[in-house]
Design a protein around this ligand. Structure first.
Ligand SMILES: O=c1[nH]c(=O)c2[nH]c(=O)[nH]c2[nH]1
Length: 326
């Protein structure tokens, strides 16, 4: 008999399911030195979700054209939207877990759900109040900047559901440091045209993902070990600020170190970065005087790096020569 568990790929699902949930559970967080973030109201809890299912029972829909076991992807979309109304949590990870469990409870022949989400950020806006400006709770600003992301696999297990391949993430972070980054000392041979840079305006795109030692910590913020994406973002921007760095490679090592130091509950951090260093048009006289730059031309360099707790070394001090004294 044909089987799917012999390494066969079999899945189907719905992508770009836009879920604008209002008044989700507020999230509270303990502050860390790099971040003022202590929580969010989650009045707007919006996500773009990709939802894919698989299971042995679906094989004949591919091989025989038998649709008897197919949940239409249109119904999947409706399921996600309607179930989102009853979700009682306040994190992207918990939402995905909830939807996958609900789906497998409802459809007993689905063995595995793989799903991912990008949060659609809406930022709070201050309005004048009696004691100064305060964030209002009615009008929000849609942001096209960095945002939370998560992905996971839920598989029907002997007792309940096994949570696997669970990653939390921060996507599309774009940071520019105007002075204090260098790049020199690389191999110089007949293929080299890039000049040494002792102070370049370093513009980088970063995707950061992290995995918990216990994946349950990601979906139960009430246990106090959930890592807010805003604090990861603030660590990245602070480490960039603090250190004069010789390359993006070393910068992400320093960011990873700080993330693993701050959050002992994390087992692994992964980076994907892209180098968008501005092209110099009018060279500044020195690091802090005026210059003119423009967008770099493709192709763009990239870096990928993963770090586990085994990589953790003593907390690095800001390097000599840092320009970031405040
Ligand atoms: O931080 C950098 N790392 C590189 O590997 C590299 N290569 C390059 O051309 N510019 C840069 N910058």
């Amino acid at each position: 008999m044909l089987k799917i568990n012999s390494g066969r790929t079999l899945y189907y699902g719905k992508g770009d399911v836009l879920v604008y949930r209002t008044y989700a559970e507020p999230l509270e967080a303990a502050p860390i030195p790099e971040s003022p973030f202590v929580g969010e109201d989650n009045i707007l809890f919006a996500h773009n979700i990709r939802f894919a299912v698989s299971g042995d029972a679906l094989l004949t829909s591919f091989t025989d054209g038998d649709n008897a076991q197919l949940v239409a992807t249109d119904s999947m979309k409706n399921f996600i939207l309607r179930q989102a109304a009853t979700f009682e949590g306040g994190t992207t990870e918990a939402l995905l877990h909830f939807l996958a469990v609900r789906f497998m409870e409802t459809y007993g022949h689905i063995d595995t759900v793989r799903l991912s989400a990008n949060r659609i950020p809406f930022l709070p806006l201050p309005v004048p109040g009696p004691g100064g400006f305060l964030d209002n709770r009615l009008v929000y600003r849609r942001s096209y900047n960095d945002h939370a992301a998560a992905e996971m696999k839920l598989a029907r297990g002997a007792e309940g559901y096994d949570l696997d391949e669970a990653w939390s993430g921060l996507s599309d972070l774009q940071l520019i440091k105007v002075s204090g980054s260098s790049f020199y000392g690389f191999i110089r041979d007949e293929y080299t045209t890039l000049p040494d840079a002792y102070d370049r305006p370093l513009f980088i795109f970063l995707d950061i993902r992290w995995r918990y030692d216990d994946p349950q910590d990601a979906i139960r913020p009430e246990a106090g070990k959930h890592v807010p994406v805003q604090q990861i973002r603030d660590i990245a921007q602070n480490v960039f600020y603090e250190f004069a760095t010789p390359s993006i490679q070393h910068l992400i090592w320093l960011i990873g170190q700080r993330i693993l130091i701050r959050f002992p509950q994390l087992a692994e951090v992964r980076f994907e970065t892209s180098n968008r260093t501005w092209e110099t048009v009018v060279e500044p006289a020195d690091g802090l005087s005026s210059g003119v730059f423009t967008e770099p031309r493709p192709p763009f360099g990239f870096q990928g790096f993963s770090m586990t707790r085994e990589d953790l070394i003593a907390a690095p001090e800001p390097a000599e020569g840092t320009v970031s004294s405040g």
